[in-house]
Design a protein around this ligand. Structure first.
Ligand SMILES: Nc1ncnc2c1ncn2[C@@H]1O[C@H](COP(=O)(O)OP(=O)(O)OP(=O)(O)O)[C@@H](O)[C@H]1O
Ligand SMILES: [Mg+2]
Length: 262
């Protein structure tokens, strides 16, 4: 039997129901994710990609359906209660880190993710050693900047620390929402390679939203195409390997063209 770490059963979410602005952002989503899956998620603007990750992370609750993580029904579990199992990195490097706090303080907070704030907020020598090792592994020289305020670092440096923070304490599921979209191409590649390395080394289960079709094909072992709140394509690793950016682009174009006939 497949080992599903995450399941969405008939999950729906409508914004502004009953009004002229009504948006069916998720329509009856069924998704089963196996442990260790690295899924790339593509689709046009407004397709519902971020909404899907928001439902999983508990940013808001779905209107219908259920979300199961590790056999636990978390559909209506508060966001902060899921923080120990689910971590996220957002598009904006400012979102994942606290700007007025130092690198060390940010990492220390991440290290305690999902725990009740205890009396021991100080950082032990072992922890500092761990942070230095982790920072050194980025290859950006940040291990010498533990006392620097995060807000003074570049977007790429912040995003690499955000990724480190999201994985410092092993999450069951890592959610990435266009986490390289705000970076220059070289830095974006660096962060993507770091992501890939972390996912592989730690055997993480991850869903990564991207608008870069090449990245969607290069990374991960499965790819979903979301369109108008529905999963309209689900490519496994072998099918994904057959695709080119051109053929994928054509698939996505076809979906939009079909709208003219419905
Ligand atoms: N909190 C919210 N309140 C109201 N409407 C929302 C909210 N979040 C998303 N929506 C709407 O739901 C639909 C799906 O939005 P979503 O952000 O999930 O799209 P997306 O696929 O992530 O798009 P993009 O590629 O532009 O980031 C959109 O029509 C959006 O306006
Ligand atoms: Mg989005």
């Amino acid at each position: 039997m497949p080992n599903h770490i995450l399941s969405l059963n008939n999950v729906s979410k409508t914004f502004y129901p009953g009004s002229v602005n009504q948006v069916e952002a998720l329509k009856n989503i069924n998704l089963h994710v196996e442990k260790g899956d690295f899924i790339t998620l593509v689709g046009g603007n407004g397709a519902g990609k971020s909404t899907l990750l928001n439902a999983i992370s508990g940013y808001f609750f779905p209107d219908a359906g259920e979300i199961i993580v590790n056999d636990q029904d978390i559909t209506y579990l508060k966001e902060e209660k899921r923080a120990g199992m689910i971590s996220r990195v957002f598009q904006d490097p400012k979102m994942g880190t606290a700007p007025r706090m130092t690198v060390q303080e940010n990492l220390s907070l991440a290290y305690r993710r999902g725990e009740r704030r205890g009396l021991h907020l100080g950082t032990s020598k072992e922890e500092t050693k761990l942070y230095k090792e982790q920072l050194a592994s980025l290859g950006l020289g940040l291990e010498n900047r533990l006392d620097a305020e995060i807000g003074l670092l570049s977007g790429g440096q912040r995003q690499s620390i955000a990724l480190l923070m999201a994985t410092l304490k092993r999450p069951d599921i890592l959610l990435l929402d266009e986490h390289t979209a705000a970076l220059d191409p070289k830095t974006a590649k660096l962060i993507l390679e770091l992501t890939d390395r972390k996912v592989k080394e730690m055997g993480l289960t991850s869903i990564m939203i991207t608008h870069n079709l090449q990245d969607a094909l290069t990374y991960g072992n499965r790819m979903l195409v979301l369109h108008h709140g529905q999963i309209v394509r689900d490519f496994n690793q072998a099918e994904k390997a057959e695709l080119t950016t051109e053929s994928l682009f054509n698939e996505i174009q076809k979906l939009s063209l079909n709208e003219m006939f419905v």
